[in-house]
Design a protein around this ligand. Structure first.
Ligand code: DQA
Length: 140
């Protein structure tokens, strides 16, 4: 089963960015543990700070992979184009957020991705990604 984690802007700064909200661990530290924990999954990771690169990657994998775990970060709340590509592809997308966006500023309460996502997992720290991965295994 091929699953990709697609991370949007500023998520390359995990571990040194607003640690009170996003924690102390870098994404790569967490990702290596996740790969070891789920050896049966062909897990990939892609991160970009650029909207079009995220769209290109989602188009590239969106008709062949079994799942996409998408944290579009701030683009979640602004990008019609990322919402559109999630709607266009056939691979199911689980939207994740590290923080509980509903307990934060009002502009984080809307998502262009949620209406076309298979489901949404948020507020569990980096564990949100693991829960998303488990959701694909549960519905295999
Ligand atoms: C985030 C929440 C977004 O509102 C924010 O812009 C991010 C990270 C999260 O994972 O909690 O960059 O997607």
């Amino acid at each position: 089963m091929k699953i990709i984690i697609v991370n949007g802007p500023n998520l390359n700064l995990l571990g040194k960015r607003e640690n009170n909200i996003y924690g102390d661990e870098t994404f790569m530290e967490f990702y290596e543990k996740l790969q070891k924990k789920f050896p049966q999954i062909e897990l990939e990771h892609f991160q970009s700070n650029i909207e079009g690169e995220l769209i290109d990657k989602i188009q590239e994998v969106g008709y062949s992979y079994e799942g996409i775990i998408l944290n579009a970060a701030a683009y979640t709340h602004t990008s019609v184009a990322i919402g559109d590509v999630v709607k266009a592809i056939s691979t199911p997308v689980v939207e994740v957020h590290i923080s509980n966006t509903f307990s934060r500023e009002e502009f984080r309460h809307t998502s262009f991705i949620s209406p076309n996502a298979k489901g949404v997992i948020l507020g569990f720290g980096l564990q949100s990604y693991e829960l998303a991965l488990q959701s694909f295994l549960a519905t295999e």
